[in-house]
Ligand binder design. Structure first.
Ligand SMILES: Nc1ncnc2c1ncn2[C@@H]1O[C@H](COP(=O)(O)OP(=O)(O)OP(=O)(O)O)[C@@H](O)[C@H]1O
Ligand SMILES: [Mg+2]
Length: 369
């Protein structure tokens, strides 16, 4: 047993996690992978001649929301003793890959995917992706070749997804070109379903009202408790911040952990921000806690317009919103430019408080995955 399974069992013993047979099986699988990765690699003659080494078999964990996929992935990643390891959100990784491919293309030196895969595999032996989903044709078209090259170069892939491999890029354009990627995943990764009956995230939210009125110490205390419940963070420890790059600019996220981000209305909607910022937020975080939403008057039409864009992005990506505001959604912006359009936002905000909305997985609605 490496430290992965031990860490999982310790969390169960401490009462932080409820026993779950499927999760334990997944933890065993990840533990075995950690052990293989930690063993010194013997390069055979073939490996030395070709420069290729066989990658230990990766893992594809899939299942409905809140089943503990990211939690298990984090445990694995924290405890596997491999220096060249990298954990990255899948969407972010694909943006990076397209950026690197564009640079290679400009060199006009033939197939741009091969050098990108070579560079990635020189940097890391273990790639851990969270939330693999395939939602656009440019990604779908390159994934098979990219991942074939990565695996051939000895990179082990561990990933989570809300879908079984066979359902990735479902109904996507030119899906026939994508099918080799599905076979690749099914052949080279161990498929681990995590589809038990309990949505632990929903459980942790409990009967938490997600739109708190008014702003003030009571709402702050409730939202802060929700943050700690959702992230398992120790109350006494400082909460990390991060900077997200959006079209060459930086969006500072003052508090974030495990896919949950905290923003103030002032920072997110009170400054010159646009759809690109809100999409970046919606793609990156499954839960957004937004504090300090004031009542908006006609003089706040810019804030109101940005808030509409923010809510559209969050709604499209099924992001959970916990908010503290000075008014209920329908009384937030009673008059001013764009009041008519704001009505849709009110309706979305109402829906976003519903049990059905909260039970959905993170990811763009209506996308092909
Ligand atoms: N066995 C468990 N007992 C108690 N809490 C758990 C258990 N498993 C997971 N959790 C908690 O439930 C929450 C959701 O888990 P996690 O984020 O790993 O879900 P997920 O499967 O990645 O969901 P999604 O598909 O939405 O990304 C986390 O706060 C996690 O710590
Ligand atoms: Mg997750």
């Amino acid at each position: 047993m490496t430290r992965v399974l031990a860490a999982y069992d310790a969390l169960i013993a401490a009462g932080e996690l409820r026993p779950d047979a499927e999760q334990r099986e997944a933890a065993e699988c990840l533990d075995a992978l950690a052990a293989t990765l930690e063993r010194p690699r013997r390069g055979g003659i073939l490996a030395r001649l070709t420069g290729r080494r066989t990658a230990p078999r990766g893992v594809y964990m899939w299942g409905d929301v809140g089943r503990g996929k990211s939690m298990l992935m984090d445990l694995f990643f924290a405890h596997v003793d491999v220096a060249a390891k990298r954990r990255v959100h899948f969407a972010e990784f694909m943006l990076e890959v397209h950026g690197r491919i564009a640079i290679e293309r400009r060199k006009e030196a033939g197939d741009p995917i091969a050098p990108v895969a070579a560079a990635l595999s020189a940097e890391t032996r273990l790639l851990a992706f969270d939330e693999m989903m395939v939602t656009n044709s440019p990604d779908a078209m390159i994934l098979s070749r990219l991942f074939t090259a990565l695996i051939a170069a000895g990179v082990t892939i561990v990933t989570t997804s809300n879908r079984a491999p066979a359902d990735l890029y479902k109904n996507g354009l030119n899906r026939e070109h994508f099918l080799p990627f599905i076979s690749l995943i099914e052949t080279h990764l161990t498929i681990v379903p995590l589809n038990g009956p309990v949505d632990y995230r929903r459980d942790r939210l409990g009967q938490q009202d997600t739109w708190l009125v008014p702003n003030g110490p009571k709402a702050t205390a409730e939202l802060s408790a929700a943050f700690f419940r959702l992230t398992d963070h120790e109350v006494t420890e400082p909460i990390p911040s991060e900077d997200v790059a959006v079209q060459g600019r930086v969006l500072h996220v003052p508090k974030t952990l495990k896919g949950v981000a905290v923003f103030s209305f002032k920072k997110l909607c009170g400054e010159a921000r646009g759809a690109a910022d809100y999409l970046a937020v919606a793609r990156r975080y499954h839960t957004v806690i937004l504090v300090g939403i004031p009542e908006l008057g006609p003089e706040n039409r810019n804030e109101a317009a940005r808030f509409v864009q923010l809510i559209d992005a969050l709604y499209e990506h099924k992001v959970k919103l916990l908010a503290a505001a000075d008014a209920a959604p329908d009384a937030l912006y009673p008059e001013g430019d764009g009041r008519f359009e704001f009505q849709r936002t009110v309706s979305r905000l109402e829906e976003m408080r519903s049990e059905a909305y909260l039970a959905q997985g993170h990811g763009a609605a209506g996308e092909a995955a």
